[in-house]
Design a protein around this ligand. Structure first.
Ligand SMILES: *[C@@H]1O[C@H](CO)[C@@H](O)[C@H](O)[C@H]1NC(C)=O
Ligand SMILES: *[C@@H]1O[C@H](CO)[C@@H](O)[C@H](O)[C@H]1NC(C)=O
Ligand SMILES: *[C@@H]1O[C@H](CO)[C@@H](O)[C@H](O)[C@H]1NC(C)=O
Length: 543
């Protein structure tokens, strides 16, 4: 009998299928019925606490400030004397939270974690639009505010941490410019103009807010706004490259609110790091105007993927199983992307979304185009406008928020204000894979790393080791709000010399990131990934 080429083709396909399967899996867990506030912004810090905040002008929240404290603020719009909290610190290990005290309005603000691990959060609305707020990771710490520290108002801006440890703050409503924090005396008042934000501002609708910003491997910033993108040299205030418009031309930024990630960077050799960006979902042009007439159009079901380091970059389009607007894109430790939360109709904005999409999607970054999406088990809680998601050290994804109303509205409304907190456990946390799950022994938590150095990773795993299926990844935990995760970055380190140390104990050598351009200084989560199944991460700090 002669075997047809098709037979071999099928054999190869079967061999390429990873043994663990992602399809139709994932588990939801309700952590809290109410945390008292809407999780509109979230950031994981290196003490495994998540700083969560809402806005101060939704009215009274469902969480009182402790010790009879109250915020008395004549400039506040809704309640001038407010004894409720609008921010919390969530402790992952104990699944408990405590109230924090924000002094000005943090609504639709932005932030980044500095290299020493403090959350630097900027802007907001009204009395908060030019504030800088700092949160240090300590069990009793609280927000510290510096009023009027920004050069321009920053409402719906995007922040990114830079290789020199400063952060850049880009755009915001009617702010067609950028600035840096911290500032020197000489630059204190400086905002630098960015005409690209004017060009991508659709009058009356905007679509240029919360632009998608990524630090490229050449040190320039990739900035995507509306349907366009540029490579930008922020030191010289110069556009280095203009990319083609995303095919179809539909807007992807707020309020059309798709999402985007810088796909995992494979650090093979210093001169050979390519960068790709993936933009998914959003709303067709005109959708926002339609929502004002109470018509809700289907969200975009397309993603565009582009290699931004290619000399002749072009978008390659892919199709999701369903249209999605207001979804979050979370990079998992194994280099897959989780697309979670959102709606099938409408846009971001008050009362503007319909048909929540309850099932997350896994995007298999390294699979062939056409078979990258796998639908996951659904939640039963709609998470639409003002919802969030962040990855935790143990590989779960913390999910909270959703409030499409201008107040806290719990009854007699479509999609009531959502105060609950959930965790989504991706497929790799299923008990059937526990044998393949590795435990890192070295380095230990809070180890300090230098750039471009050899590092020995030791781990234990009870299952059978598959030699060429071990990788080591480093993740920068992002600031998540409005479907965009600022500073989200996964580095796949170069590995060599995988050796067996003893029964179920192994060691692998990796090279730490080559430079601060590839990995801006700060805290990262380090994971060993075996057969796409990540270990629990450990915190490292690269300086
Ligand atoms: C929030 O507080 C209001 C007023 O006390 C109450 O009616 C509502 O049920 C609470 N909501 C949640 C989700 O806890
Ligand atoms: C991109 O958006 C602008 C409006 O902001 C529009 O004029 C242009 O045609 C769009 N590009 C494409 C390819 O449709
Ligand atoms: C939400 O509640 C506020 C006051 O509590 C009320 O004025 C407003 O009409 C409610 N919104 C909706 C959409 O019902």
């Amino acid at each position: 009998m002669s075997l047809s080429p098709l037979f071999f083709h099928i054999l190869i396909l079967l061999a390429a299928i990873p043994s663990p399967s992602e399809a139709g899996s994932g588990k939801w867990q309700l952590l809290h019925k109410s945390i008292g506030i809407v999780a509109m912004h979230m950031q994981l810090l290196h003490n495994d606490r998540v700083v969560i905040f809402d806005r101060t002008d939704f009215g009274l929240s469902n969480l009182s400030l402790p010790n009879g404290r109250c915020r008395r603020n004549p400039r506040e719009i809704v309640v001038k004397t407010d004894c409720t909290a609008h921010s919390i610190e969530y402790d992952v290990a104990s699944n408990t939270f405590r109230a924090l005290f924000v002094q000005t309005d943090v609504w639709c603000s932005s932030g980044a974690v500095s290299s020493d691990g403090r959350l630097i959060q900027t802007g907001g609305f009204n009395d908060g639009e030019r504030a800088v707020r700092i949160f240090s990771p300590c069990p009793t710490c609280d927000w510290q505010e510096i009023a009027s520290r920004l050069a321009a108002r920053r409402w719906y801006a995007t922040n990114h941490i830079l290789p020199d440890g400063r952060q850049i703050i880009i755009g915001g409503r009617r702010a067609f410019n950028y600035e840096f924090y911290p500032k020197t005396k000489a630059t204190a008042k400086n905002a630098y103009s960015l005409p690209f934000l004017v060009r991508t501002n659709d009058p009356g609708v905007e679509n240029n807010l919360y632009p998608f910003v990524f630090l490229n491997v050449d040190g320039n910033l990739f900035i995507f706004s509306n349907n366009r993108s540029i490579l930008f040299d922020y030191n010289k205030n110069r556009v280095v490259k203009t990319y083609p418009d995303i095919p179809g031309g539909d807007p992807r930024c707020y309020p059309s609110t798709g999402s985007a990630v810088l796909l995992p960077l494979h650090l093979r050799a210093p001169s050979d790091v390519r960068a790709e960006v993936l933009v998914c979902g959003g709303a067709p042009r005109g959708s926002h105007e339609q929502t004002l007439k109470r018509k809700f159009i289907g969200a975009l079901n397309t993603c565009g993927r582009i290699e931004i380091t290619d000399p002749n970059p072009r978008w390659v389009m892919e199709t999701m199983p369903e249209g999605r607007v207001m979804s979050d894109m979370i990079i998992l430790p194994n280099a897959q992307v989780l697309i979670i939360n959102g709606a099938a109709l409408g846009t971001a904005g008050w009362e503007s979304g319909r048909n929540p999409v309850l099932n997350p999607l896994i995007y298999k970054t390294d699979s062939p185009a056409g078979c990258r999406f796998e639908s996951q088990n659904p939640s039963n809680i709609p998470r639409m406008y003002h919802s969030t998601a962040v990855l935790l050290r143990d590989g779960r994804v913390l999910v909270g928020g959703s409030n499409p109303h201008t107040c806290y509205n719990f009854t007699n409304v479509l999609y009531p204000t959502e105060l609950s907190l959930e965790a989504f456990s991706p497929w790799y946390l299923d008990p059937q894979f526990s044998g393949l799950h590795s435990n890192m022994i070295a380095p230990t938590s809070q180890t300090k790393l230098k750039y471009n150095q050899k590092l020995i990773i030791r781990f234990r795993m009870t299952g059978k080791l598959t030699q060429n299926r071990v990788s080591v990844t480093m993740l920068a935990p992002p600031f998540n709000t409005h479907s965009f995760s600022m500073n989200q970055r996964l580095l796949v380190l170069g590995t060599s010399k995988l050796t067996t140390l003893g029964r179920s104990e192994y060691q692998v050598e990796v090279t730490t990131p080559f430079s601060a351009i590839l990995a801006p200084p700060g805290f990262y989560l380090l994971f060993v990934v075996h057969q796409q199944i990540p270990s629990v991460g450990i915190w490292v700090q690269i300086l």
